[in-house]
Design a protein around this ligand. Structure first.
Ligand SMILES: [Zn+2]
Ligand SMILES: [Zn+2]
Length: 322
């Protein structure tokens, strides 16, 4: 057992408690006394029985919460808690502990102080880390070590629900990886700065449609010379995956109605990879087409929806239609 055992707090996070144990027992960081897998499982509340009993050698572990969400909110990630710290600096300086609810991305602000929960330092922009400096509300980048500060949110963001936040994060992801024709399957949200990403995504879904078009009409779009449904495919993919009604989808429909495909398609297209699900639901390809062009799908009774297939040969064989 560790010699100093601070009192546990009901709404405190397990990893926050581990930081307090670290500081109070004279360690520099959690990895001085637990291993990386134990730390990660403590952050995510996914400790195995074996890990619980190993940690019990140091302190009594009572936490065994598992986050099993019945409904999926995001096409991008499965869990709605971030793995890096997010904090209200004022709360921390008042109380010295880290709340579990701050990891949940559905909470954008501190309900007591009305300021945004932050995951990066306002001054040096470094992502916050699980370091004992956090317990004093200090930036975890040792070169900076400033006193962390947060601002109130703007009104629009304040009332967003989890589904809408996930939509905003997805829009921000697509905008920052515009020519990705398939998306990663992340375990946790991993934006550089959750508040900024949410706010950027919100603007992109609500009013900045011109910015999308600039991006996809640009020469740098490798699929620029393809038919509309392939050229703008990531936008259709996004519209298809959004869970709420946004201006974006309306504007995309208008764009589709007013744009015609080029008469000649790109010839040297070698790769255009999409998931089987996108190919069927968004691009309207048939199971037969997928099976005949994709060696991965051949001889399969059921095609896994996330199976990635290169549809470049199908695109080349397609007559240009709108
Ligand atoms: Zn607070
Ligand atoms: Zn800093």
């Amino acid at each position: 057992m560790l010699s100093v055992m601070p009192k546990k707090i009901d709404d405190g996070s397990l990893v926050g408690y581990i930081l307090r144990l670290t500081a109070r027992n004279g360690f520099q960081m959690p990895l001085d006394w637990i291993n990386e897998a134990q730390l990660k499982a403590s952050i995510n509340n996914t400790l195995s029985i074996k890990q619980v009993s190993a940690l019990n050698e140091f302190f009594p572990v009572t936490h065994s919460l598992k986050y099993l969400s019945s409904r999926r909110h995001s096409a991008l990630f499965q869990n709605y808690h971030i793995e890096t710290p997010r904090v209200c600096p004022i709360c921390i300086r008042d109380t010295g502990y880290i709340k579990e609810e701050w990891r949940y991305i559905g909470n954008l602000k501190c309900s007591i102080h009305d300021v945004g929960l932050i995951d990066v330092c306002h001054l040096c922009n470094h992502k916050l880390e699980w370091s004992i400096n956090l317990l004093e509300g200090i930036c975890t980048n040792e070169m900076c070590s400033c006193s962390l500060k947060s601002e109130p949110l703007n009104n629009a963001l304040e009332c967003l629900f989890i589904d809408e936040i996930c939509d905003c994060l997805l829009a921000d992801f697509v905008y920052s990886h515009p020519y990705n024709t398939y998306w990663p399957n992340l375990s946790h949200p991993n934006s550089e700065n959750l508040l900024t990403a949410t706010s950027k995504g919100y603007d992109l879904l609500n009013c900045d449609f011109k910015r999308w078009i600039e991006l996809y009409d640009a020469q740098s779009n490798p699929f620029n010379a393809l038919a509309v449904k392939f050229k703008y495919f990531p936008l259709y993919h996004l519209a298809h995956s959004l869970q709420n009604e946004w201006l974006f989808s309306e504007q995309l429909k208008k764009l589709t109605a007013s744009t015609s495909s080029p008469t000649k398609q790109l010839f040297n297209l070698s790769s255009y990879v999409v998931t089987a699900e996108s190919a069927m639901t968004i691009l309207g390809l048939s199971k037969h087409e997928i099976i005949s062009y994709s060696p991965e799908a051949k001889n399969k009774k059921v095609i896994p929806s996330r199976l990635r297939i290169n549809i470049a040969p199908i695109i080349k064989a397609t007559k240009v239609t709108k």
